[in-house]
Design a protein around this ligand. Sequence first.
Ligand code: BG6
Length: 481
Amino acid sequence: KTYPKTFPKGFLWGGATAANQVEGAWNIDGKGMSTAEVVQKADDRRQMSMSDVTQETLQVALADTTVERYPKRRGIDFYHHYKEDIALFAEMGFKVYRFSIAWARIFPKGEDLVPNEAGLVFYDHVLAELAKYDIKPLVTLSHYEMPIALTQKYNGWAGRETITAFNRFTETVFNRYKKQVPYWLTFNEINTGTWGFHETGAIDKGLSKKEQLQIRYQALHHQFVASAIATKQLHEIDSTAKIGSMLARMQTYPATPNPKDVRAAQLVDEKNLFFTDVQARGEYPEYMNRFFYENDIVIQMAENDQALLLANPVDFISFSYYMTNVTAHDQVGDGAGNMAVGGRNPYLKESDWGWQIDPVGLRISLNTMWDRYRKPLFIVENGLGALDKLENGQVHDQYRIDYLRQHIEQMKESIKDGVDLLGYTMWGPIDLISFSTSEMSKRYGFIYVDQDDNGDGTLKRIKKDSFEWYKQVIKTNGEQL
Ligand code: BG6
């Protein structure tokens, strides 16, 4: 019996971005305001501001039409630089480019009956540009943003009405871009909906933990349903296109071999895999039904919801991978938390932002998910946010090359283990606005963008050392790392 020794032919190498972190042009050509554009820049590097929105800060943001405090309104002006940026991706040999469509560009108020043509035209142009270079689009339908009008009216995904609005949007873009987009994703890192606003668009600051969990899991249920409806729509509209789920995979290790710690880690891990369990297998797993029961969480379901989930599982599973966590049984606390970021792992180094770097964990995650689901996997984010230095027009980012090489080596090991891996889109091939802190100085790219945290700079694009390196990786289909 033979086994694939390396990356299969046609492996999809590329990069990934999100509309609200790159596009800018937040209030032109008919675009409505989105949830990402009311999130203020974090004051402190280690503080994540993306779910800190309250009714008060929302009112302030709505009244403020400047960009200073809201860097996601400015992005890196991809809206006007997309040709140049895509040409650079093509120069590296990208086979695939993952980007998201800004829902509020197409349906400015969320519930408009007619889409905004200028918004659709922008993505026509982006797709045409990609087609020119034979780069396959992988499109995220909802990457941490939605029309703010839906937060104001329904508290985002907490309201069931948002399902209808979303599926009008998905039907519109599926029809418009059919035969042009072979891969779609519904919700980016859907599991982070348990953290709150940035993913669900629901404001719940100040509520008790129990109330928050109730709102968040209810909102997530609405997203599961909307995702299943989108899957059904796509299969009807474009029978050759595939649609996947997207999880922020966070493997959790036990702090010690104490079986209590091993079990604690398993529980945290189950709560991470809960999302792919629903989206790939089509039903709520019993361990979560138990969790809801024991924590007094009641998920309101419509009569047809469960049948809909079961009938429309995703075609493939995608995930982001940045780090692993450690937990111990006495850290799990009330059992109500999710995504508990546990203690430090003494065997791992961390990034400038404290993210624990664990290439082997990527292989563990790939193998675990393949064993569990037997559906094709797609790594749609992985990368290193670092403080790059531009000196004499150059950026020597050997640390980024090392990070990526080590992760790609582990991908290769997983492929040898039999994992069906469709592709790899590293995060942030071009520097962009950080999701969690809204900084510009947390850079991921192969391409440096001349812009600082205050938005000052020429926006000039400059190739870093890693640019040539990744070009070789793609050219040799992962042989030359
Ligand atoms: C993922 C998100 O969580 O991580 C991206 O899907 C994000 O949007 C990426 O940018 C890196 O996070 P950050 O906070 O460093 O930008």
